[in-house]
Every structure is written in C-alpha cells, then in structure tokens.
Write a new protein. Sequence first.
Length: 217
Amino acid sequence: MDKVDIYCERIDGSFWSEPANAVTNIAFIIAALICLNMMVRRDRVEPLTVLLFIVLCCIGTGSFLWHTVAEGWAGAADTISILVFILIYLYAATRRFFGAPVWMSAAVPILFIPSAIGFVAAWGAALPSVNGSEGYFPVLLIIIAYGAILWRLGHGAAGGLIATAALLSLSLTFRSVDEAVCQAFPLGTHFMWHVLNGVLLGVVLATFIRHGEPKAA
C-alpha cells in the first residue's frame, strides 16, 4: 500500500521516516499518565475522566501509527481519536463547568459537528488552506468562548481553558507552517504540534479534574 506523504519530515516510505513526528507522540502518553495520577490523588476517578484519559492515550497511539505506518487507516485512527476527545470534552465541560442538564450538554457536541463543517467549507470558499489547520479553528473558537464565559462567572476553570486556547494558537501555527519551511528546515515543525498538543490536552483534562460546578448558574 502506498504511504501517505504530507509532512515535511517524511522522505520515503519506511517506518521511521518521520522519527521526530513519531517519537514526540510520547507527549500525549505522558500527559495522560500525569492526569491519571491526579485523578487518583484527588479521588476523581469518574467515568468521564477515565474515558477522557483512555481517549488521550488513543490519540498518542493513533498519531504514532499515522507518522510511522503512514497509511489511510492509521490516519483515520489519528483523526477519529482527536474528534472523539473533542466531542466528549465538550459534553463534559458543559455539564460540569456550567451545570447544564444532560440534554443540553449532549446538544453542544452534536451541534458542533455541522457548525465546524460549515466553518471549514466557508473558509475553503473564501480563503486559502493553511495546511489543513483550518479544521481545528472551530475548536479554538469554542475554547475561547468557554474560557471567556467562565471567567465572567468567576469559575476556576477559566484560567485552564484560556491557557489551552493560547497553547492551541501556538501549536496551530507550527502545524500550519510545516510544509512552508521544508526547504529551510527539512525536519519541519509538525513535531511541535505534538509536543504542544500533549501539554494542552493535559491542561484541559487537568482542568476538568480540578474544577466542579460554577459559582453562578
């Protein structure tokens, strides 16, 4: 099967053709283990936190396979695990941070999917692609929105989400310029997307573990 070559670092079809992009996926596993330890110490081993921990491990595994095997199924494993984490976190954050009922918390990720698809379609119609990173912009926007609302409510989770938005902005920059810097920097910058995303996913999960209901409805 032909290998998918869309990253600056890859030079051939071999398993270790993207060593930096492959190895830096350890950031996701480290973040997950740190959060697992936090869950246990704070007695927050709950279904949603455990589920998010498992999916975070799947992100690291799926991305590792994508940057080594480099075949379509591995790319699907990478993308689907990220999407699942986003959707679960949207439900969990809406439920816990805002005290929303189950139906409303479930409606947020359901409505997010067509909204994100519409955003990407509108971007593609009006603006050039930024190496596929535009697909993550809706995630950045909703994190900023949640962080701003929680800050207005005086909720302790606001700082974690605002920090996450800053980290995602930076990681998206590295993801977007990967192909553009190939000639000057053959290693590329995609590996920094992994490092920073490992940190930010650790931050969002730690924020969920630490904080409960809002001070004001």
